[in-house]
Design a protein around this ligand. Structure first.
Ligand code: UPG
Length: 487
């Protein structure tokens, strides 16, 4: 793990005439899928000559997020924490809305508090880095109020960034009804109507309003850092950086794949501490007993629970596939806070029938450790971007089953990079049968072409972040632009 204790102090440890290091103030958003890339990026910066503060919204939406913040500050004691106590927010005005979307709204409505908080940072902030979900609120505060550069750390793929950037332009040219059809993103791809987040078809939804406001404002940011790498999304990155998507768009820095350097230790439990919580023992110990490449890892991220009926079909499919499996099961929307009993969810007898061959857990597992384990041969995934970058980094073939949001756009990246199969007709609206799931799992487990491609993508990912690689160079370019703190 990088050692922030080695970071120079702004004062006495600097040579008398050396400029103070830049001070980056991070303003992350909510949801583990958003928080993880922030903490990974921050940990990467720990080796660099920068001071770091992190604005921490209180309270967090989930226990997993609270634990993750605690882990970050414990691992890197030199990182300053700036508490951001949110203003009261009446959620009842948005009945049935996703808790994370509500949190984004609440963060956005409290954004006026950020100006004084960032202005009070010591040493003086030299730049702000925020999440795309907060862009239209934070960019004006940083740039107009505080006169500071503002960057976005974009948590999805560059192809999705091209959609976010282009969507307002597309709407401006669209017919008055604003219903979304195919979106032809210049220089990137033509997204069929089924691919963008489906909620965008409703112009009055809270998500759509935030998406358009943020999309219009990111063009005013000073740069956008993306957790991707050139070999994975060459067209999207070139089109964004050449101004084809939106003329005059700020520089896009592909700095991925970002990897974890913080071990999850608090309350959610590390993978080796969760004995008893999983049906069949500790996931990492269990994986250690399985033959190389024999296990399907099944996980659908932190945001979306799977219906009980679909869970039963997945169980039937895994059983019929004959393969070993490690399944991180989730039935609720908010990270990990899931009280359902495994036996009730999976149906009586299932766990007994797959003893030894399958392990099901509702606990947080160290997914990066799982994906690096030689026993894992396939990842059946919802195509969340963090999961896809992890699979790419560790060379694990994917079978992708997008569930919502940006995931169908991400699935196009997996399919075109060739390290996974996207079942385009699998969605969460209609039930996918266990028989079909079992067939596809077997098919991809035996597909040598996809395996070879996954190995190649992993090599390209390693090259990108190595000294002199494309992501390494982008990171250096970003850092070179930062101004020293003026104390
Ligand atoms: O038990 C677990 C569960 C998850 N993870 C990690 O949690 C992250 C999950 O992120 P992701 O795969 O992106 O899924 P979501 O949490 O569902 O992410 C949300 O945010 C992503 C980034 O914007 C979007 O691409 C997704 O569509 C959106 O659902 C990954 O790093 C996993 O390694 C673990 O380590 N252990």
């Amino acid at each position: 793990m990088a050692d922030l204790a080695a970071m120079p102090n702004s004062g006495e440890q600097q040579g008398r005439d050396a400029p103070a290091p830049p001070h980056l103030v991070f303003v992350p958003s909510a949801g583990m899928g958003h928080l993880l890339p922030f903490t990974r990026f921050i940990a990467d910066l720990a080796n660099e000559n920068v001071e770091i503060s992190v604005v921490t919204a209180l309270p967090t939406v989930s226990a997993a997020e609270a634990a993750h913040f605690a882990d970050l500050f414990a691992a890197f004691p030199r990182i300053r924490r700036i508490d951001f106590n949110l203003l009261p927010f009446d959620e009842s005005a948005f009945p049935g809305a996703d808790p994370f979307l509500l949190r984004w709204e609440s963060l956005r409505r409290s954004a006026q508090l950020l100006g004084p908080l960032i202005a009070a940072a010591v040493p003086r902030a030299s730049a702000v880095v925020t999440d795309v979900t907060l862009a239209s609120q934070v960019i004006p505060i940083a740039k107009d109020e505080l006169n500071l550069p503002c960057h976005i750390l974009f948590i999805s793929c560059a192809t999705m960034l091209s959609l976010v950037a282009y969507f307002p332009v597309y709407l401006d040219g669209a017919k008055a009804d604003h219903l979304v059809g195919d979106v032809d993103i210049p220089g990137v791809l033509r997204l069929p109507v089924s691919s963008p987040p489906q909620v965008l078809r409703n112009p009055d939804s809270l998500f759509t309003k935030q998406f358009i406001a943020n999309g219009r404002t990111i063009a005013k940011s000073d740069g956008i850092l993306v957790n991707t790498f050139r070999a994975l999304e060459p067209e999207a990155l070139s089109a964004l950086n050449s101004g084809k998507v939106v003329p005059g768009f700020p520089p896009v820095y592909a700095v991925g794949p970002l990897k974890s350097s913080i071990t999850m230790t608090t309350s959610t439990g590390s993978s080796d501490k969760d004995e008893g919580a999983a049906a069949g023992g500790s996931p990492m110990a269990w994986l250690g007993e399985q033959p190389a490449g024999s296990v399907v890892y099944v996980a659908f991220g932190n945001r979306h629970g799977v219906s009980l009926e679909q869970i039963r079909e997945i169980a039937a499919g895994l059983e019929a596939s004959g393969c070993g499996f490690l399944w991180v099961l989730k039935t609720t929307v908010v990270d990990r806070e899931d009280t359902a009993e495994l036996e009730d969810v999976l149906g009586r007898g299932f766990l007994g029938r797959v003893t030894g061959r399958g392990l099901v857990t509702k606990e947080w597992v160290d997914q990066e450790a799982v994906l690096q384990h030689p026993a894992v041969g396939l990842y059946l995934s919802h195509a969340g971007w963090n999961s896809v970058t992890e699979s790419a980094a560790y060379g694990v073939p994917m079978l992708v089953w997008p569930t919502a949001g940006d995931q169908r756009v991400i699935a196009t990246v997996v399919a075109s990079a060739g390290f996974g199969l996207w079942m385009e007709h699998w969605d969460w609206e209609s039930l996918v049968s266990g028989a079909e799931i079992g067939e596809k799992v077997k098919e991809v487990m035996g597909n040598e072409g996809i395996k070879a491609r996954a190995a190649k993508v992993s090599e390209e990912a390693a090259k990108a972040v190595a000294e002199g690689g494309s992501s390494h160079r982008s990171m250096q370019e970003f850092l070179a632009k930062l101004k020293p703190s003026t104390t």
